[in-house]
Design a protein around this ligand. Structure first.
Ligand code: FAD
Length: 389
């Protein structure tokens, strides 16, 4: 762009940080406003696999692919699908050592390691920690943010990268996330190889789905010898907030959760029974599959703010990063701001819609009474093979 626009990015998630980084690579400054007090204020969640066509493309545009490789864990790329009796119905082995970080593979990386990589790549002061955005307004002249302390910040471009409950989204859209009918309970097991060897054996080197009775136990290897477990149940939206699963009382929470998986194999129930630390329940929401908006001068959205979807396409973080990279490239390429925003949004809308539709279909299919069989067929079709049994 010929004159330096003032760019304000709401949210230092993977999408907002990728945008800031790609802009920086092209010599364009931006400021990221983030509500967390620091980079370590909050657990960043589990492991992500980087899709070659989205997350890894974004890392390439960010000039970070080389630094990404030693942080990634291609050896944790196994996929297992189990029934509630713990028999394996489908398996894709982890890549052999030396494979899995090139071509079509999807190497795993812990979210914290990925976010830290992006943060390290930005000039000091780019992220304003502890800056909670209360609201945003379209003008009169330029869009503006209002922070929780009452200060306002004007910008030529305001980017909502502030996730599911974006404070920027209302400027362009009336859509709100809708509860999917499914809730997760997050559990974590530490020192799995030494303290939980049977769990380590059951989960293998990657992600394990156990599906039955319209429920699921989804476990994934994380770095640092940890296994993260998502227990998935159909429940009313209020269930997560009802106090039945109380993070402050893990003993009672485990018992209540185990009661929802009464006749599941003990090895699978151990994913809950042996978990360390608090259990955290959360409802899974999604925006309408075809969510889009009319061009609003100087304002756009990316990532979950634009296209929140359930996690069953494994796409949200990958797409948030691709959005950030493509928006950064568009701003670096086009002199006119609105031309750049059009160039970014035009391919982003159908791309997000396809992933959101896939994710919604997978949720319906996996938590169907016959979900195990349908998931097996889905995985076979997606991977054209694996080791089906
Ligand atoms: C259980 C689960 C598993 C998932 N697994 C995968 C997977 O395997 N692969 C994959 O690709 N995706 C996965 N996803 C989806 C992925 O987590 C999201 O799509 C991704 O994190 C979106 O990134 P983002 O940058 O758009 O938003 P976020 O990661 O939500 O970041 C938004 C940032 O904005 C900040 N913020 C929010 N509100 C404000 C405010 N008012 N003021 C200032 N800052 C604010 C937040 O603190 C946060 O730092 C999963 C999601 C869940 C729930």
């Amino acid at each position: 762009m010929s004159t330096a626009p003032r760019i304000a990015i709401a949210g230092a998630g993977l999408g907002g940080l990728t945008l800031a980084r790609v802009l920086h690579v092209h010599g364009i400054a931006s400021t990221v406003y983030e509500l967390d007090a620091s980079a370590t204020a909050r657990d960043q969640g589990g492991s992500l696999d980087m899709d070659p066509e989205s997350g890894r493309q974004a890392l390439l545009h960010a000039g970070l692919l080389e630094e990404f490789r030693p942080l990634s864990r291609p050896e944790d790329g196994e996929l297992r699908l189990l029934g509630k009796d713990a028999t394996v119905g489908f398996r894709i082995p982890a890549p052999e050592p030396g494979e899995g970080d090139e071509g079509e593979e999807r190497p795993e990386i812990d979210r914290r390691a990925l976010r830290d990589l992006l943060l390290r790549s930005l000039p000091e002061g780019t992220v304003r920690w502890g800056h909670k955005i209360r609201s945003a307004s379209p003008g009169p002249g330029r869009p503006a943010l209002t922070l929780s302390d009452g200060r306002t910040v004007e910008a030529d471009l305001l980017v909502g990268a502030d996730g599911a409950w974006s404070r920027i989204r209302p400027l362009v859209s009336e859509a709100d996330p809708v509860y999917s009918g499914l809730s997760y309970v997050d559990c974590l097991l530490r020192d799995v190889d030494t303290r939980h060897p049977a769990v380590a054996e059951l989960v293998g080197r990657g992600t394990m789905f156990a599906l039955a009775d319209e429920k699921g136990l989804i476990a994934q290897r994380n770095g640092g010898d940890r296994v993260r477990v998502y227990a998935a149940v159909k429940a009313p939206e209020e269930w997560s907030r009802s106090g039945l699963i109380d993070p402050a009382d893990p003993v009672a929470a485990k018992k209540r959760l185990l009661d929802l998986f009464p006749d599941w194999d003990e090895g699978l129930r151990a994913l809950i029974a042996e978990s360390d630390g608090p259990l955290v329940a959360r409802p899974i929401h999604a925006l309408p599959i075809d969510h889009r908006w009319d061009r609003m001068p100087g304002v756009t959205l990316l990532g979950d703010a634009a296209h929140l979807m359930s996690p069953f396409a494994g796409a949200g973080a990958n797409l948030a990063m691709l959005d950030g990279a493509e928006l950064g490239l568009a701003l670096a390429t086009h002199d006119d701001l609105e031309t750049a925003l059009n160039a970014y949004e035009t391919p982003m809308f159908p791309r997000a819609e396809a992933a959101a539709a896939q994710s919604a279909d997978n949720l319906t299919d996996f938590f169907h009474p016959d979900g195990l069989r349908i998931a097996r067929e889905t995985f076979i079709a997606l991977t054209s093979g694996g080791e089906a049994r």
